[in-house]
Design a binder for this molecule. Sequence first.
Ligand SMILES: *[C@@H]1O[C@H](CO)[C@@H](O)[C@H](O)[C@H]1NC(C)=O
Ligand SMILES: *[C@@H]1O[C@H](CO)[C@@H](O)[C@H](O)[C@H]1NC(C)=O
Ligand SMILES: *[C@@H]1O[C@H](CO)[C@@H](O)[C@H](O)[C@H]1NC(C)=O
Ligand SMILES: *[C@@H]1O[C@H](CO)[C@@H](O)[C@H](O)[C@H]1NC(C)=O
Length: 456
Amino acid sequence: MEGSWFHRKRFPLYLVLSLLLQGRGVTFTINCSGFGRHGADPTALNSVFERRAFRPVTNVSVPTRVNISFTMSAILDVDEQLHLLLSFLWLEMVWDNPFISWNPEECEGITKMSMAAKNLWLPDIFIIEFMDVDKTPKDLTAYVSNEGRIRYKKPMKVASICDLDIFYFPFDAQNCTLTFSSFLYTVDNMLLGMEKEVWEITDTSRDILQAHGEWELLGINKATAKMSVGANLYDQITFYVAIRRRPSLYVINLLVPSGFLLAIDALSFYLPVESGNRVPFKITLLLGYNVFLLMMNDLLPTSGTPLISVYFALCLSLMVLSLLETVFITHLLHLATTQPPPLPRWLHSLLLSCTSPGRCCPTAPQKGNEGLGLTPTHLPGAKEPEVSAGQKPGPVEAEPTGGSEQTRAQWEHGAQRQQSVELWVQFSHVMDTLLFRLYLLFMASSNLTVISLWNT
Ligand SMILES: *[C@@H]1O[C@H](CO)[C@@H](O)[C@H](O)[C@H]1NC(C)=O
Ligand SMILES: *[C@@H]1O[C@H](CO)[C@@H](O)[C@H](O)[C@H]1NC(C)=O
Ligand SMILES: *[C@@H]1O[C@H](CO)[C@@H](O)[C@H](O)[C@H]1NC(C)=O
Ligand SMILES: *[C@@H]1O[C@H](CO)[C@@H](O)[C@H](O)[C@H]1NC(C)=O
């Protein structure tokens, strides 16, 4: 009888009383007298530690607000092949635990205490782009203030997936996202906020990052959009981390040597074809360029086709083309001095008009003075035997004084042949100069295109 009375009358009373007290938060004051002299008393905090399995709220329908902030302390690597950004973060989380509070006046002025984080409930904030297991050290501590505000920092080595665009390598900038969200709690249970302003995060990160590394932090932007997965809505904060590569290493190791080799290739057109040195020189240069590409291959991104690879391929093809051109001109000269085929009339008149002074037709500087007066004896030593064979008119030249009709015809034939040789040699030089100019034009336009693409 008495028991039923108790259940009918006392129990609801007790429930109402405890709910009222909970609402005022009085029940959860920690007795901290003596903490200043004997250190913290674990029994005084037991009520807090025992609740660590549950989200610390007095009303389960009220979401926990977690404010986050981070400092990016290092950009360790950007993996172009796996599309990963490897960075190091210090993540800071701040939330309130309503079961912790004490009066600092009773506790010798203590306003905050540190305690092992494993005794506290921790929010399960993770980074959505994180593609690795979290290697955060386990035994971290958190600061707890007398109002129950918990401040927890943890270091994180983050390998986050990032859609990298390496087309502009080494002048590329990347825009990677770091999305912080709760693993479990939906918006009904957890809300995220910012502990620091974005510009503060950017400034501290930039100060720390400035000192070292290949990557420079351009800026951090923020977006807060809720994410819905099925019927659940999760709160999340997205940070856009914009980084830019410092290109000096690549400019010095890739672009400068390549530029020098290309410049030497262009200048080697000034080696006279007759000397026979141009072809070996260009072959050596081509070989050198290939060795350079082989050695510098490690510096290039391993996936995708950056513009710089296209540029190197272009340089290589320019060198091959210039070698082919030299081979062609050498062949033409050889043909001219051994068995010159009859020159077409139009070409003949064109060449004659070109050699007359004041014309704007291309003529090589070293050949301009010689004009038609060039004799095959100026040609390379290797070709000397053939040249003298084609030079039959030479000795005959003395004979016209003899007056014989046959020798005269021979002499005329020889003179004609000589002129044909000279015209062919002239033609080769004009071709050489023309092709050289075309080469220069192509080189300049392709280089300008690549540079303007890099500048955008
Ligand atoms: C706090 O605990 C001390 C003993 O550790 C006790 O003397 C004191 O009365 C307690 N204070 C309150 C408000 O319960
Ligand atoms: C708990 O919170 C919800 C939503 O804020 C509110 O409607 C409800 O009255 C609260 N319950 C108590 C017991 O305070
Ligand atoms: C989180 O930030 C908001 C606004 O910036 C502030 O009102 C709130 O008290 C903060 N909460 C915590 C737990 O720091
Ligand atoms: C990065 O991308 C996001 C979304 O595409 C954009 O809002 C943000 O402005 C970009 N940041 C930079 C620095 O370009």
